[in-house]
Ligand binder design. Structure first.
Ligand code: DC
Length: 227
């Protein structure tokens, strides 16, 4: 079967990364989490004392010094920033906040989009993010807009927090989900939107297994079309 290129976009918390990672492992595709790259640029800024909002010029002047590489280690994607393993570091709260800020800087997007296009050249990849179908891989054989309702995404996060023993207020989480959607969808550069030709998968009433099966079936069907 011919492997294809798959672009998955959608709002935060819709389950893109977990679904994409699981499907990629099952079908032998390379999974590329582009959010990890924006997070790595944020960690570079934080660790070099660069205030992303105030010292934006300094950050853009140093972009050539930022080397990000993604490696697959079994089912896990390891992230290296200038040779240092930052896989866990990029998941912290300050890295999430910073990633959202660096993602609005056009020069950062230009650098990362160009690297992502190169990573995808060999095909057989599932790439997820916010602008994959619109900017990075507009020619992908399969483009998916993976989404879920605000209340469902908030409920999932609330449940995850409880399971990890993190105390939280449901309405704060729902407000946060709305705020992140607004940031992603209204920013000037590459706002999140459904790409032309993308198929919407709404996971609001699906279990994780059902989401995985739906995406797997869509890829299998496309593979069969590609000669
Ligand atoms: O998916 P994530 O939470 O790891 O993404 C981190 C931040 O980067 C988030 O603010 C959205 C942004 N992002 C983006 O603008 N474009 C992408 N292709 C991937 C992520």
């Amino acid at each position: 079967m011919n492997k294809i290129s798959v672009a998955i976009d959608g709002p935060a918390g819709a389950g893109k990364s977990s679904v994409a990672k699981t499907v990629a492992a099952a079908l032998g595709y390379v999974y590329i989490d582009t959010g990890a790259m924006y997070r790595s640029v944020a960690v570079y800024a934080i660790e070099n004392g660069i205030d992303i909002d105030k010292d934006r010029e300094e950050l853009t002047a140093r972009l050539d010094d930022i080397d990000i590489s993604l490696k697959n280690d079994g089912g896990r994607q390891l992230v290296f920033l200038n040779g240092k393993d930052v896989t866990d570091r990029i998941r912290t709260e300050d890295a999430s906040m910073g990633a959202s800020a660096v993602a609005a800087i056009p020069e950062v997007r230009k650098k990362l989009v160009s690297e992502q296009k190169k990573m995808a050249e060999s095909g057989g990849i599932i790439m997820d993010g916010r602008d994959i179908g619109t900017s990075v891989l507009p020619g992908a054989e399969l483009k998916i807009y993976l989404t879920a309702s605000v209340s469902e995404r908030a409920k999932r996060r609330y449940k995850e927090n409880l399971e990890r023993g993190i105390e939280c207020d449901y309405s704060d989480i729902e407000n946060d989900v709305r705020k992140r959607d607004e940031n992603d969808m209204t920013r000037a550069v590459s706002p999140l939107r459904k790409a032309d030709g993308a198929v919407t998968v709404d996971t609001s009433s699906m279990t994780f297994e059902e989401s995985v099966r739906t995406v797997t079936d869509m890829i299998r069907e496309k593979e069969a079309d590609v000669i």
